[in-house]
Ligand binder design. Structure first.
Ligand code: 3PG
Length: 216
């Protein structure tokens, strides 16, 4: 797949998703019920972060048992993480950052991939490798909506998925920015709710968020 085709695929996926929950799964047994709870709430595109020992198995279980979900891998920090995501056959990969080595590997990989950027120089490195769609991270802490608007000046064609500090209160404002395709965050899957197995609560929260975003 060409770089443009990969980017177009990812852009379409992000646009359709609107909201991408960032999942940290501690117990493998939580993976499938969590994915089902999110899907039931209208949230289908899920980022499973490589932050726990069970992350890869959790993603695998979700792919096998929740086919309505589109599973991606997040917290891809290096070439080896990228290879693990690729081997799983996930829909997309996301990184909080953008090292030259990771960018090179991701550009050569068939996996649609969004590098993470917080500064103009990081974005320029991503663009040098052909990435015109990036995760803006940590979005609130790195300047918020004003910071993103400032980046839109020199980089009018770059599109973003802001993540970090995004939640129910500000998701609508972020999504109203013309260069924002989707927002990501952990607010739809709080660790305490996962630990408690409050799947109905997670579904209800997703429904509420999706309803308010649609209304806006
Ligand atoms: C991420 O990796 O994208 C962030 O940890 C999510 O940020 P949040 O917890 O502030 O939503």
């Amino acid at each position: 797949m060409t770089m443009t085709a990969k980017q177009d695929k990812l852009a379409a996926l992000f646009k359709a998703a609107t909201v991408i929950p960032v999942l940290t799964i501690e117990r493998l047994a939580d993976a499938v019920p969590l994915a089902r709870a999110l899907v039931a709430g209208g949230v289908r595109t899920l980022e499973v972060t490589l932050r726990t020992a069970v992350a890869i198995d959790a993603a695998k279980a979700m792919i096998e048992e929740v086919p309505e979900a589109i599973i991606g891998i997040g917290t891809i920090l290096n070439r080896a993480d990228l290879a693990r995501a690729e081997a799983l056959g996930v829909g997309f990969g996301i990184s909080p950052g953008a090292t030259p080595d990771l960018l090179e590997a991701a550009a050569a990989s068939p996996l649609p991939f969004a590098p993470g950027i917080a500064t103009a120089s990081e974005l320029m490195q991503a663009l040098d490798h052909g990435f015109g769609l990036a995760k803006f991270f940590p979005a609130e802490q790195a300047g918020g909506i004003k910071g993103l608007r400032a980046l839109a000046g020199p980089f009018p064609n770059v599109r973003f998925c802001p993540t970090g500090g995004v939640g129910e209160a500000n998701a609508t404002a972020w999504l109203a920015e013309p260069n924002v395709l989707a927002v990501g965050g952990s607010w739809l899957c709080p660790a305490a709710e996962i630990r408690a197995g409050n799947w109905a609560g997670i579904t209800a929260m997703c429904r509420r968020t999706m309803k308010s975003l649609k209304a806006a």
